[in-house]
Design a protein around this ligand. Structure first.
Ligand code: NAD
Ligand code: IPM
Ligand code: MN
Length: 365
């Protein structure tokens, strides 16, 4: 029986709280689906700074290397915000992890199933048309990673700068991922840029157009990012796959999350060419709700679903996890972030219990 080794990195804030619910799901898969899953936990982020003096200890990196996939909670929080920025959890651990494993392709699926339209802050007439978007975000390039950044003085005037830069090959490889994913969906791809202002966006648009010649079945269009943010809330059903640079994808994916109902619902997969991946909620450590047992564990549980889909090719398990989550939502179980009247308010741990109970009733065909 194949052994599936998962490096578990709970991190900070609500990270450990939602990870507890993730373990419940993995336990059900272990017991009821007879899977051989081995988890090992490693410190990352603020907790790692506290315990090891560094946000991404060598032992954590080695642990990830010796696993088949990484399951990540969240990092960061007020406690570490006064450290030099490059030592902080985000820039000291999460970004280096993405870079180290070459996880250039970030997939963030946001969808609305019928029966749970009321989760969305959008008007019913808009969400009743439903939507199912997949945000494909370039994750290890652009303004996030370029070394030409800093803070300096000129004539005693202080200034800071970051540099947006893309190699054409970086745009090509993420574009191929987006086109391939579009082929398996509604064959509709919207590429987002700011080609009316930015050189990198001109190259982006040109390169995506060239790559598109290899995918004649996919309907490609381009939108400027400012317009795209509007179109997404006006007509979310017009979108299928969205392709963005690192920074635009960060912003657009939070928007995709909120139109489904909450950041606590949005999972993500970050993959390299070999299919190795890091799976994490798109949201952060949510210090405002930490320790209250009210965080929504669904983004993490759906990230586990993505892990089984993309790293282990266990599509059926992944489908079952997703359908159980949507069943539980349809039945009205809601954590506080998605609560509405007539719903059944549950805590973080109760949500994990309900989902694992429903999961344990399911079987592989
Ligand atoms: P955040 O995503 O942590 O929170 C934004 C809002 O969404 C908050 O109101 C929060 O309560 C809510 N939210 C997020 N996840 C939720 C969940 N699962 N259930 C219910 N509500 C949820 O963003 P922020 O407040 O801007 O950042 C807080 C910290 O997290 C910062 O240190 C930031 O750098 C870090 N961060 C980390 C990651 C990551 O580790 N991948 C991602 C984003 C932000
Ligand atoms: C995300 C987060 C990260 C990002 C931060 C915490 C570095 O916001 O995963 O969306 O900007 O990529
Ligand atoms: Mn973000």
């Amino acid at each position: 029986k194949r052994k599936y080794k998962i490096a578990v990195l709970p991190g900070d804030g609500i990270g450990p709280e939602i990870m507890r619910e993730g373990y419940k799901i993995l336990n059900v898969l272990q017991k009821n689906f007879c899977m051989n899953i081995e988890t090992k936990e490693y410190d990352v982020g603020g907790i790692a700074i506290d315990r090891h003096g560094i946000a991404l200890p060598e032992s954590t990196l080695r642990g990830c290397e010796n696993s088949h996939a990484i399951l990540f909670g969240a990092v960061g929080g007020p406690k570490w915000e006064n450290l030099s920025s490059y030592l902080q959890p985000e820039r000291g651990a999460l970004l280096p992890l993405r870079k180290y494993f070459n996880l250039f392709a970030n997939l963030r699926p946001a969808r609305l199933y019928s029966g749970i339209e009321n989760l969305s802050p959008l008007r019913f007439e808009i969400v009743s048309r439903g939507f199912n978007v997949l945000c494909v975000r370039e994750l290890i390039g652009g303004i996030y990673f370029n070394k030409r950044k800093g803070t300096k003085y000129v004539n005693s005037k202080k200034y800071s700068f970051d540099t947006e830069m893309y190699y054409q090959f970086e745009i090509e490889r993420i574009a191929h991922i987006a086109f391939k994913l579009a082929l398996s969906r509604k064959r509709n791809l919207v590429s987002i840029d700011k080609a009316n202002v930015l050189e990198t966006s001109v190259l982006w648009r040109e390169t995506v157009n060239t790559v598109s010649l290899e995918y004649p079945e996919v309907n490609l269009s381009h939108l400027y990012v400012d317009n795209a943010t509007m179109q997404l809330i006006k007509n979310p059903d017009k979108f299928d796959v969205i392709l963005c640079s690192n920074l635009f994808g960060d912003i657009i994916s939070d928007e995709c999350a909120i139109i489904t109902g909450s950041l606590g619902l949005l999972p993500s997969a970050s993959l390299n060419e070999a299919g190795f991946g890091l799976y994490e909620p798109a949201g952060g450590s949510a210090p405002d709700i930490k320790g209250k047992n009210i965080a929504n564990p669904i983004a993490l549980i759906l990230s586990i679903g993505m892990l089984f889909r993309y790293s282990f090719q266990l599509i059926e398990i992944s489908n079952i996890i997703e359908s159980v989550v949507y069943e539980v939502l349809r039945l009205g179980y809601r954590t506080k972030d998605i609560l509405q009247k007539n719903n059944n308010l549950v805590s973080t741990s109760e949500m994990g219990d309900v989902i694992s109970k429903f999961l344990s009733y399911r079987r592989i065909q």
